[in-house]
Design a protein around this ligand. Structure first.
Ligand code: T6T
Length: 326
């Protein structure tokens, strides 16, 4: 009897424990992070920062994205995420216009939306104006400033004069559009002897960026520099410079800092890399969603910083810590 009683009490305890942990698991907030694409060191690093915040806050993070940076593949992923009814969605929208309607579905279903890295509409949210102003916050680098920084670095690398061009992804992406605009504005305002040639769009394909470099070099053999406006553009432009036998002669300024770009700094293929702080973007994304879900107001935009990397500082641990995870 006693023995059965003991076992009964123990199993009752076990049952109540498992019920309460199940209830806790059910109560656990779920925040979804939809990156621009899953296999990009920038977003992998963002995921790490988001996970660190989720762990600290006891939140479940779901990371779900498409294999390429494209609204056609991102929208079905977003639809699947909305169907899971997370408590909030963090997303890097792959197009300023084409993601407005798909994200409106989340908003209409009562799921708060925060955009990270890229924005929809004008990127100015919660003003009551415009179709795409419903996200609660935009958390990202200042990409116009980043483009200006790249222009200064490239102008200095080429001695303030000569032909350069921008290797970019495609129009319609807020981040890379803003970097190009900032780059061109800085050159026009402060470097009158620099000529910016026509932008080469590579569809986020490093191989295409490499062959475009060769094409530009074939047309303008006196080209002196290229600004790679994101990871794949910069990687491809650097490869193209190497293939053209122009290492050190055609200067490369890279946006983003995966290990491969850092290797290129060490071999002299890339002069300067402008590292974003994607882990901070992910961290503040989760913290902001959590703050909103627990009844706090949150800033409508949060800006994260940059670290400029070159051969002179790349071995400094305070700089190297911003190299992206892969
Ligand atoms: O440069 C980042 C990101 O900021 C941009 O929106 C898309 O490209 C990257 O992910 C790098 O590949």
């Amino acid at each position: 009897m006693k023995r059965r009683g003991f076992l009964g009490a123990a199993s009752a305890l076990a049952l109540s424990f498992s019920l309460s942990t199940a209830a806790q698991a059910q109560d656990k907030m779920t925040i979804a992070l939809v990156p621009g694409l899953t296999t990009d060191a920038f977003y992998i690093t963002m995921q790490k920062g988001a996970q660190a915040a989720a762990d600290a806050l006891g939140v479940e993070l779901v990371f779900q994205g498409a294999p390429d940076f494209n609204p056609v593949t991102q929208v079905p992923v977003l639809d699947a995420v909305i169907a899971r009814a997370p408590d909030a969605i963090l997303i890097a929208p792959t197009d300023t216009v084409q993601l407005i309607e798909p994200l409106k579905k989340a908003h209409d279903a009562g799921i708060p939306v925060i955009t990270v890295d890229t924005f929809i509409g004008s990127g100015v949210y919660q003003t009551g104006a415009g179709d795409g102003d419903f996200p609660l916050s935009y958390i990202a680098s200042d990409n116009v400033l980043g483009g200006r920084m790249a222009a200064r670095a490239l102008a200095n690398a080429i001695g303030g004069e000569g032909k350069v061009y921008v290797s970019n992804v495609k129009p319609g992406i807020s981040t890379t559009d803003q970097r190009e605009a900032g780059f061109k504005a800085e050159m026009a305002e402060n470097f009158p002897n620099v000529t910016v040639l026509e932008t080469q769009f590579n569809d986020n394909d490093a191989n295409k960026a490499a062959s475009q470099l060769q094409g530009v070099f074939a047309r303008d053999s006196d080209v002196k520099g290229v600004f790679g406006a994101n990871l794949f553009s910069a990687l491809g432009a650097g490869t193209g410079v190497g293939q053209a036998g122009q290492t050190g002669k055609i200067k490369v300024v890279a946006f983003d800092a995966p290990g491969s770009i850092v290797d290129n700094i060490k071999t002299g293929l890339v002069d300067v890399a402008i590292a974003q702080h994607p882990a901070e973007i992910g961290y503040y994304g989760v913290v902001s969603a959590y703050a909103h879900l627990t009844g706090n107001s949150i800033p409508v935009s949060i800006g994260t910083g940059f670290t400029i990397m070159d051969a002179s500082n790349i071995d400094d641990p305070n700089v190297a810590k911003y190299i992206y995870s892969e």
